[in-house]
Design a binder for this molecule. Structure first.
Ligand code: GYE
Length: 305
C-alpha cells in the first residue's frame, strides 16, 4: 500500500504479509472465538492480508485449501488441522515451495520438520483434569458414564479420551458407551438422545463431553426426556466458552476444564518470527484453568469469550 501512494523518501516500506489460514470449520463456540482471535491478530493494521478458508470439518477439503494457498504463493500458511493424520504430503509440498507452515490449535502426526511451529493447548492434560474431577466426585461409587467424543481422528478427541482414561483407571467409573458428536451441539444432542433411549435417564450417572457444545446438546436431550441435567445426570465438559460457563453457573454442567481459544496473537507473532528467520520454539503450550460452579459464577462476567 505504501508503494501505491507514491510517496518519495522518508516513509518506511512495510510489506504486507499474505497468510493463508485453513480453519477446521465453524463447529463450536470455541471455534468462533478462535476464528475471531485469528482475524483480529492477522489484521491489515498488523501488516497482514489474511486469506481465510473454513473446511466444514472435512479433512480432504482442508488439504485442498492448503494446496490452493501453495499455488497462490502466499507468504505463510497457518493450519488448524481437522484430523491428525494425512498431512505429510501437503506439508512436504509447502516446504518444497518454500512456504513456512505454522500449526495452531490441533496437532498432526506428521514429522515435525515439516512445519515451523505449533501453538495450542495440552489436550491430554485437559482430559486428565476432567477425569480427576470425576474420580473426586464419584469416588468408589459404581458409576455409569457415557462419552460424547469430538471429531474422530482429531487430536483433541484422541488426547482428551486418553487423558481421562488414565485419570479414572482403577476407579468404579465405567464407560458404558462412547460415540462421536463431532464437537457440535446437534451432534451431542442426537448422540445423547440415543444413549437415553438405550439406557434411560436412570441408567446414566455421568456424561463426559469432549467440548461444551456437545454438553449443551446433551442438556437439551436430558431436559426433553424429563431429566434434570447436573443432578440426575452429572456433566463434565472441556472449553469454558460463554454458553458452557452459563450452564455451569445454572447448575446444569458440574465441572468445566478450560481450553483457551485466544491463539491469534501468538500465531501472528510466530509467523513474523519465522519469516524473519528467527529461531522459534517448535512446540508452544498455552495455559488452561478449570472451573467449579462457584468459580464459574465469579469469573463469568470478566471472560472475553
Ligand atoms: O475444544 C472444540 C472445537 O480443537 C481445541 O475444537 C479445539 C476443539 C475445541 O470444536 O470445541
Amino acid at each position: 500500500d505504501d508503494a501505491a501512494t507514491g510517496s518519495t523518501g522518508g516513509s518506511e516500506t512495510t510489506e504486507t504479509i499474505t497468510v493463508g489460514f485453513a480453519q477446521t470449520g465453524a463447529e463450536s463456540g470455541w471455534r468462533s472465538a478462535n476464528t475471531e482471535s485469528m482475524q483480529n491478530a492477522f489484521s491489515e493494521e498488523n501488516g497482514f492480508e489474511l486469506v481465510f478458508n473454513a473446511a466444514d470439518n472435512d479433512p480432504a477439503a482442508q488439504i485442498s485449501a492448503v494446496r490452493n494457498f501453495i499455488n497462490q504463493g502466499v507468504d505463510a500458511i497457518v493450519i488448524a488441522p481437522v484430523v491428525e493424520d494425512g498431512w505429510d504430503d501437503v506439508l512436504k509440498e509447502a516446504q518444497d515451495a518454500g512456504i513456512p507452515v505454522i500449526l495452531e490449535d490441533r496437532t498432526v502426526t506428521a514429522p515435525d520438520d515439516l512445519y515451523a511451529a505449533w501453538v495450542g493447548l495440552d489436550f491430554k492434560a485437559e482430559g486428565v483434569k476432567a477425569g480427576e474431577w470425576a474420580v473426586q466426585e464419584f469416588g468408589d461409587e459404581p458409576t455409569n458414564m457415557v462419552v460424547l467424543e469430538g471429531t474422530t481422528g482429531s487430536a483433541p478427541a484422541n488426547d482428551r479420551a486418553e487423558g481421562f482414561s488414565e485419570a479414572i483407571a482403577g476407579s468404579a467409573i465405567e464407560t458404558i458407551d462412547s460415540q462421536s458428536g463431532d464437537f457440535t451441539r446437534d451432534g451431542g444432542k442426537s448422540v445423547m438422545e440415543g444413549y437415553i433411549a438405550n439406557y434411560g435417564i436412570e441408567g446414566i450417572d455421568l456424561v463426559y463431553a469432549h467440548n461444551d457444545d456437545m454438553g449443551l446438546g446433551a442438556i437439551e436431550a436430558i431436559e426433553a426426556a424429563g431429566g434434570t441435567p447436573g443432578e440426575d445426570i452429572k456433566i463434565v465438559t472441556i472449553d469454558a466458552v460463554k454458553d458452557g460457563m452459563q450452564a455451569l453457573v445454572d447448575g446444569k454442567i458440574n465441572f468445566i476444564v478450560e481450553c483457551n481459544p485466544m491463539l491469534g496473537e501468538k500465531a501472528a507473532e510466530l509467523v513474523k518470527a519465522v519469516l524473519n528467520g528467527d529461531d522459534v520454539e517448535k512446540v508452544q503450550f498455552v495455559e488452561d484453568q478449570s472451573f467449579t460452579q462457584e468459580q464459574a459464577a465469579e469469573v463469568i462476567d470478566s471472560r472475553p469469550y
